[in-house]
Design a protein around this ligand. Structure first.
Ligand code: R5P
Length: 334
């Protein structure tokens, strides 16, 4: 595959804007599509109010706004809502919120008395602001799609992560779901890699960011373990899983997860861990000031770029969910 500078699609009616959450990802998506990032001023006044000005004509254009809602979550979310409002008032033809990481996704059910369902509230806010569609990657729970009354395209980074390990040709690999909740998706990875699946029984303690590993279910002794999760926050789940697997006699541990939410302490925890490598994607930016020797980042830029071009011209997005029919970033079809 050769990288060229000619547009992958007719970009006349297509505009892609970025908030301040992850401008490098937006730049890479645009570079994949052979088009510039849209011109916009997105900043805060001295009174902490966010402000947006779209600096080009977007009347009747097909507008995509790329903004993962990682930390600072509330600022990034509010900025996205304001960008959507600005685009709506500038008479955009259609507005797609591109949220590679959907913040508040873990607050998706009323599992204790008197708690919110914030993932639903965020869906309502996005729709009220004027979003016509959502494009996202690996939601914490697929059911969040149903919180929206607008079309939702949920992509998965599973093939990007799995292909990386397929290329390593590791013998005696076992994929390990780090909790029951991720076991269905971990099974897909195991099937894709043609290897067995093990599952870890995990318990969360109250509402604190702590979890404990109870049991490893499945045969892992003497194998190389690849743990799988949708996101890594404190690193607790992944690190506990790695330790339990080493105690069960695995020879090496690797980890992969789509979203590197990475609280500050996660970097050190990963660095000190038994893991050979922790493989994540760039749905969120990493902290460049933190040590990340064991962290490998794979890009979802071509996946998002491909999905945007298909949504723009009305082609199927479905086949991107499970196959790798698009090139690895930064390559794209000549
Ligand atoms: C929880 O259900 C998620 O799938 C992840 O397991 C969780 O977000 C990881 O958090 P941490 O890294 O803090 O254990």
């Amino acid at each position: 595959m050769n990288f060229t500078n000619s547009p992958l699609v007719d970009t006349d009616d297509l505009r892609i804007f970025s908030g301040n959450s992850h401008p490098i990802l937006a730049k890479n998506v645009c570079s994949y599509l052979g088009m510039p990032v849209g011109q916009a001023e997105v900043f805060k006044f001295a009174n902490d109010n966010s402000f947006v000005r779209i600096m080009e004509n977007i009347r009747q254009r097909d507008v995509f706004i790329i903004q993962p809602t990682g930390a600072p979550v509330n600022d990034n979310l509010m900025e996205l809502l304001i960008m959507i409002d600005a685009c709506k008032r500038a008479s955009a033809g259609r507005i797609t919120a591109v949220i590679p990481y959907y913040g508040y996704g873990r607050t998706d059910k009323k599992d204790q008395p008197r708690v919110p369902i914030t993932a639903r509230l965020v869906a309502d806010l996005l729709t009220t602001a004027g979003a016509d569609r959502l494009l996202t990657v690996d939601l914490h729970a697929g059911q969040i799609q149903g919180f929206f009354n607008i079309p939702v395209d949920e992509l998965t980074a599973m093939t990007i992560l799995a292909d990386y390990f397929k290329a390593k040709e590791i013998e005696d690999l076992v994929v390990v779901a780090v909790d029951i909740g991720i076991s269905k998706r971990a099974r897909d990875v195991a099937e894709y890699l043609d290897c067995p699946l093990a599952i870890i029984e995990k318990r969360r303690i109250d509402n604190a960011d702590h979890s404990e590993t109870l049991n490893v279910i499945g045969d892992v002794e003497g194998k190389v373990a690849l743990t799988f999760d949708d996101e890594i926050l404190t690193g607790g789940t992944t690190i506990n899983a790695g330790e339990a697997l080493m105690e069960c006699g695995v020879t090496q541990v690797y980890a992969c997860a789509t979203h590197p939410v990475f609280a500050s302490r996660a970097y050190d925890a990963i660095d000190r861990s038994d893991y050979e490598e922790v493989v994540v994607t760039d749905t969120l930016p990493l902290n460049p000031e933190k040590k990340q020797d064991k962290v490998k980042v794979l890009s979802v830029a071509s996946l998002l770029g491909e999905a945007i071009s298909r949504i723009h011209v009305g082609q199927s997005v479905g086949e991107l969910f499970s196959t790798r029919s698009y090139p690895e970033f930064p390559n794209r079809p000549a």
